[in-house]
Design a protein around this ligand. Structure first.
Ligand SMILES: [Zn+2]
Length: 353
């Protein structure tokens, strides 16, 4: 598999090895998504086994790129994470971290659109070849498809317990590369695992604030398509209250609980489509509408913590495209989510792409 080797080679020369005893607990790197907050939060990703977390930290890696490129790489890591979380059974943190690390090794987490005329047909994040049965070029350029294909191949090629294997061993078994060159370049155990922590709990940086509120979608993954207030409904053409904020994002982008609370509704909710409602305490309720699916196993009565994945962006119910319609009710009445979250230290405007 070919690769944009420029950056990989440069950072491959830096030795940042460290040895950690098992079990590994992986801390969240603070500040990557909130723009400089140095706060660190409780571990959200951990796995046990023989893996040694050596190599470059997520922060050191991302610092090699422009702010825009950092956002794109975090978006791709988020898509790989979402694909892994939506599989049955769900992929383990070790498998997902290895997929992200492989994406770094193969493409620097870039959806590479190589053309046949470039002399190589390796495309996408994992540099898969249409000529070798990975899928069509268009399919492979869909990050969710590519991630699923990567996980499929993982389970076909790698037998036994992943936790007893090193990440590079797993990656090599999936990718079937030129061994020596591949091993020489591999520096991503720590990077992949920390990036997974980052995208699995993007609000962790906010959770160090006393308010305990956080973004519903990872910073940089959404646009604000419509705000709260009176408008002509694009589907019914009636002038009425738009009772939430519309955050446009790619299908299956993970949705996070903006606050710890109790699930009051999880299922089909008519025009709101697939919907999760939660009681956040203090007469505040939060609604998440139009999901493609609800997080596996989540049901009414469950307790959720801020930052937990509760579902995925979709376009179910009455909707004109993939987006999260986020509702905030104060004492039973709809309120402006942007203003409400602002008053709790979370800026939807400040984190959009
Ligand atoms: Zn809406």
């Amino acid at each position: 598999m070919a690769l944009d080797r420029k950056v990989a080679l440069t950072i491959g020369l830096i030795s940042l090895g460290s040895f950690m005893a098992v079990p590994l607990a992986v801390g969240v790197v603070g500040g990557l998504l909130s723009g400089g907050n140095s706060c660190t939060a409780a571990a959200s990703v951990s796995f046990t086994g023989s893996n040694q977390l050596t190599g470059m930290s997520a922060q050191e890696y991302l610092n090699l790129f422009s702010k825009d490129d950092q956002k794109k790489k975090l978006q791709i890591a988020t898509q790989i994470y979402a694909a892994g979380m939506q599989r049955t059974p769900q992929e383990t943190p070790k498998a997902i971290a290895t997929a992200i690390a492989t994406g770094i090794q193969e493409s620097n987490l870039t959806n590479v659109e190589t053309k046949a005329s470039d002399g190589s047909d390796s495309v996408g994040v994992f540099q898969m070849r249409p000529s070798q049965g990975w899928g069509t070029r268009a399919e492979i350029l869909n990050v969710t498809y590519a991630a699923n294909k990567w996980f499929d191949t993982l389970h076909k090629n790698v037998k036994g317990n992943l936790d007893s294997l090193s990440m590079i061993t797993i990656a090599i078994d999936v990718e079937n590369p030129n061994l020596a060159a591949y091993q020489k370049r591999w520096n991503w155990d720590k990077t992949g695992t920390e990036l997974l922590s980052q995208v699995a709990a993007p609000g962790a940086t906010n959770s160090c604030q006393s308010t305990g509120w956080q973004l519903p979608l990872a910073a940089g993954t959404y646009r604000i398509n419509d705000i709260f207030g009176m408008r002509i409904n694009p589907v019914t053409l009636r002038y009425k209250l738009h009772d939430g904020v519309d955050l446009g994002a790619a299908k299956n982008t993970p949705i996070y609980a903006v606050r710890s609370g109790t699930v009051t509704f999880a299922g089909d909710n008519g025009t709101y489509g697939t919907y999760v409602g939660m009681d956040a305490g203090n007469n505040v309720t939060i609604g998440y509408a139009h999901m493609s699916s609800i997080a596996a196993g989540l049901k009414k009565g469950d307790t959720v913590t801020a930052g937990q994945v509760i579902g995925y962006v979709g376009s179910t119910g009455v909707s004109t495209g993939n987006h999260l319609h986020l509702l905030v009710h104060l004492n039973g009445k709809p309120a402006d989510p942007i203003a409400f979250l602002n008053s709790n230290g979370v800026s939807l405007e400040g984190s959009k792409r």
